[in-house]
Design a protein around this ligand. Sequence first.
Ligand SMILES: [Fe+2]
Length: 461
Amino acid sequence: MDEKEKLVDRDLHLFEAINEGKGEHLEGSESLPPIEPLTKAWDVAYVRFSVPDLNLYEDWVKDFGLKIMYKDENVIYSRGLEGDGFCHVAHRGPAKFLGFALQMKSEKDLKVLEENIDGCTEVHEIPGIEGSLCGGKRVSFIDPVCGFLVEAVSGRSVEVLTSARDRLEYNYGNKNFYKRDPNKLQDTSGNREADGSNTVYPGPPDVIKIGHVVLAAPVGDHHKLMKFMIETFGFLPTDSVIFEAPKSAEGHAINPEMFNKLKEAGPSPLYEGTFAEGSPTYACFFRCDRGETPTDHHTFFILSNMDPRMAPKGKGIQTQLSHASFEVSNLDDVWRGHMQLKNKAEFEEKRYEIAWGVGRHVLGSHIYDYWHDPYGHVHEHMSDGDRITRSFGQRIHSISGLGPNGHNQWGPTVKESGIRNLDGPAAATFYEKFDEETQQSLVNRDLSNVKQLVEDIRATD
Ligand SMILES: [Fe+2]
C-alpha cells in the first residue's frame, strides 16, 4: 500500500469513528466572532469553470437541470428558475475551477472592496455578453490566500422562470396530513417526464438557484481563508466542528496526523469568547449576515483538506472546489436528478460519477446528492435546508461526537460513497485517465494556464 492510499484509508477510519458516535456532542448557542467586516455578502451569485470540451459539458449542464441562457463556441451561461442571473459559467479552456462570485446588496459594498482589497478592479458595469444577460455592476480580485478569482456583483436581475412541473403536494400517511385533494393524481401533476415516454430518463430536475460554494483548503490555509472571508464578506459561522485530542496514540480512531496539523494551525478565528476559544476548526458552515432576515444555513463552507491526491506535482496540497450546490424543489427532484445522471452515465456512457448521495445531512438538514461532472468537479443537488437568522448565534461541535451517524439523518455509509469524494476533482475515479496536463490544471491553483481567460473575464469595459 503506498503512502497515498494509507492516508486516505486512515481518513476513512476517521469518518467511521464519527459514525460510531464516540464522545459528547457539544452544542449550544454561542456568541458570534466579534468582527467588523468590510461588507456583508447577501448570497452567492455564480461559479466559473473552464472546460476543454464545451459540447460534452453542454450535456452535463442540461442533464444536471440548469437552463442555458447563452452559448457560443467559447462559453455557456446557465441559470436556475430564480436568482439574480446566470449562476454557472463554463468557458472553453483548460480543465479548471476558476472561482466564484458573491451577490452584494448595494453598489456601495463594491466600492468598499475596490478601496480595501489589493488588486481589486474599479467598480464597473458588467460589460459584454454578461452585462447584456442580466446587467449589474462588478468588482473582481484574486483571493490572497488560495488564488481563486473572486467577483462581487450588485444590481443584476432576470425574470423568474416557471417550472414545467406543478408543485408537488405530499401525502404524509396520516389523515390529518393528507395534502393532496381526493381524486387528484400525483402522476398527472407533471411529476413524470413531460413527454410521457417512459424512458429510463426521468428528465432533469429544475434547478431553482445556486445554493452554496464549498472549498477544501489545506490545514492552516483553511484558517487564513476563513479569516479573510469573514473579514471581507461578513460571513457568520452557523455550525463548525472542532477537533479534540486523540484519547491515546492508538486508542482513538481520529487521524493523529490531522490532529497534529490542526494543533499547529493554532486558534481558529471563530471562537473568541466561546467555550472553544483557542481550538482549531476542522470545518465550518458559514451563512450570510442578513440580520433577522432568514438565510440559508450555509452559503459558503470551508473544509480542511489533507488529501494528497489534491497536490500538484512537486507541490503541497492546494485548495480545491469541494463542491458547488444548487437548490431544487423537493425530494422528488433530488431523486429525479440522481436517476437522470445515473442512467445517462450507465446507458449513454456519460462521464458523470456519483460522489455521495442520496441522503439527508445533520448540519444544515438538507437532502443532498453529489455528482462529479465530466472533469471531476462536484455539483450538488440539494433541497429542504434549514433557514437561519443572525440571532441563532453559532453552534460548535466536537468531531468525535457527531454520531451515531454524524453526516446523515439518513443516507449511504461513508464506504458506499462519502465525504472523501468531496475533497476535490482528483477524487473522481476517472481523474487518473486524464493526461498529465489536465490533471495538473485541475488540482493546481496557479492561474498561469488561464491567464488570458481570467484577464478577459476581469475586463472593465
Ligand atoms: Fe453542500
